[in-house]
Design a protein. Structure first.
Length: 204
């Protein structure tokens, strides 16, 4: 099996009250697990792809054989997106950024508040299911980009730094139709130490 479900790095209830435990449990154990099962089933038809990383598959999505391309796009995309999503949140987090990410957001967007406003706008304005990401291009230039479904910034040769899942499964139990309230609360889960570590490994 090429892909395995990463363990959630905290308890299901660790992000309360911002994201409820039941949502986290279903989201990780059912939704993310299903993306992995579907991606693995598709890749079984093309064993030559089994050793590729999820990032490589998405970067080269147009080279993935046509009979499994859409399934890989949706499900390897879902695996990549959720793996990052879990890792950039944490308990006792939120507040103002620190370290390198704080400097980068200030330089790019003018202030953290201006960045938040733009990311919130992209997340709330994403029609239907999708994501809003802070992405970095090959030169390290940062921008905000919305994606439908489980499309991944990797497909555009961009690196997703951190972002928010705005599929209804990410918030509906607690927030129902109030996506804006969920996104506002989600900012309180951002683990700046983890985000800075991610910056250090993928952003030079
Ligand atoms: Mn999701």
């Amino acid at each position: 099996m090429p892909f395995e479900l990463p363990q959630l790095p905290y308890a299901f209830d660790a992000l309360e009250p911002h994201i409820d435990a039941r949502t986290m449990e279903i989201h990780h154990d059912k939704h993310h697990a299903a993306y992995i099962a579907n991606a693995n089933a598709a890749l079984e038809k093309h064993p030559e792809l089994a050793r590729k990383t999820v990032e490589d598959l998405l970067w080269g999505i147009n080279q993935v054989p046509e009979d499994i391309r859409t399934v890989v796009r949706n499900n390897a995309g879902g695996h990549a997106n959720h793996s990052i999503f879990w890792s950039i949140m944490g308990p006792g987090a939120g507040g103002n950024p620190n370290g390198r990410i704080a400097d980068a957001l200030k330089t790019t967007f003018g202030s953290y508040d201006a960045f938040k406003e733009q990311l919130q706008k992209a997340a709330v304005g994403q029609f239907g299911s999708g994501w809003a990401w802070l992405v970095a291009d090959r030169q390290g230039k940062l921008s905000i980009k919305g994606y439908p479904n489980q499309d991944s910034p990797y497909m555009d040769e961009l690196t997703p730094m951190f972002g928010v899942d705005v599929w209804e499964h990410a918030y509906y139990l607690k927030y129902q139709n109030r996506r804006a309230d969920y996104v506002t609360a989600w900012f309180n889960t951002l683990n700046w130490d983890a985000i800075n570590a991610r910056f250090g490994s993928v952003w030079t």
